[in-house]
Design a protein around this ligand. Structure first.
Ligand code: NCD
Length: 318
């Protein structure tokens, strides 16, 4: 039997994906890592396809890596940066969907400040949709690239102890990673001050710590999160100095982790806030730049599996 290893129209989140589906995406991505290291990177897999990057929120690495991924596969790419100052909600979003339908896009890569907005859009369009981050909800391609980085370094995800530290409350990266790591048999710890954790954080499938020394004890992976000032209304942390003192990753706190623990951060980093600059640049421990490299490979894999599932001819109306 030749069952489709990824039978989904969209990639809106990690929640709901099976370990086999996640494993399939990671295996495919692995092949693209080697491919991307060659001088000749262009393929024709997506020749004739139109990919639209629709970003309602600022982004550097996610948008560029979707663009690179699509171009390396031979697709045509359009970048639409929608003004973040305009009120982009409800009806406007549906209008955008109608416009994109009329343009016969094949895949939309969408980032939006509201949780659930990407799903709403996916219900209205004829093409495949990849969630490039929606509010504080999910960021599936980030979790996949993190998993690929870890799997290539550690050989497998199963059995690893992963600490996700910092502003979990506002982090779609944390949520997607918790789902993925749990699905793949890793154990997750969340390490954060109470003000930066969602209510009942344990229910997400993690052990909760409010102290870095205890939370980092014997972990295989230390994943730091950006303090997301733009999503904070009011005061969540007393001061940057105090935050760094208690929750910023420095060599002293890192001592608690396993000697070969990897340091990760999705970027952009606030150096001196959640992570010490030297630790971030420590080429023996930090895989932050490798994460960016894996991002392109993972997005290529996602584009390939979703375009495989597109109907070969579209209906003759918009
Ligand atoms: C993350 C995001 O946008 O959610 N960044 C990213 O995709 N590289 C994390 C963040 O903004 O802190």
């Amino acid at each position: 039997m030749n069952a489709n290893p990824f039978p989904h129209r969209h990639l809106l989140g990690i929640q709901g994906l099976t370990p086999l589906e996640i494993g399939h995406l990671l295996d495919l991505s692995d092949g693209f890592v080697d491919h991307n290291r060659q001088a000749e990177k262009k393929r024709e897999t997506l020749k004739g396809r139109t990919i639209i990057n629709l970003f309602f929120e600022n982004s550097t690495r996610t948008r560029t890596s979707f663009e690179l991924a699509a171009k390396r596969l031979g697709a045509d790419v359009i970048n639409m940066q929608v003004s973040t100052s305009s009120v982009v909600k409800g009806e406007t979003l549906i209008d955008t969907a109608m416009t994109l339908n009329a343009m016969h896009a094949d895949v939309l890569c969408v980032r939006h400040p509201d949780s659930g907005a990407v799903k709403l859009l996916s219900d209205k369009v004829n093409c495949a949709v990849i969630n490039g981050g929606d509010g504080t909800h999910e960021h599936p391609t980030q979790a996949l690239l993190d998993a690929l980085t870890i799997r290539r370094r550690k050989g497998q995800l199963s059995g690893l102890l992963v600490a996700i530290c910092g502003d979990v409350l506002h982090s779609r990266v944390a949520r997607s990673n918790i789902y993925l790591l749990n699905a793949m048999g890793a154990r997750v710890r969340l390490v954060a001050p109470k003000t930066l954790l969602p209510a009942k954080a344990e229910r997400l499938g993690a052990e909760v710590f409010h102290d870095m020394a205890a939370g980092l004890k014997d972990v295989d992976i230390v994943m730091m999160l950006r303090v997301q000032n733009e999503r904070m209304q009011g005061s969540y942390i007393p001061s940057i100095r105090e935050y760094f003192h208690f929750f910023g990753l420095d060599y002293d706190k890192l001592k608690e982790a396993k000697p070969d623990a990897l340091i990760m951060h999705p970027g952009p980093m606030n150096r001196g806030v959640e992570i010490d600059s030297e630790v971030a640049d420590d080429f023996e421990r930090s895989v932050i730049r490798e994460q960016v490299e894996m991002g392109v490979a993972v997005r290529m894999a996602c584009l390939v599996v979703l375009t495989r599932n597109l109907p070969s001819a579209k209906p003759n109306h918009v």
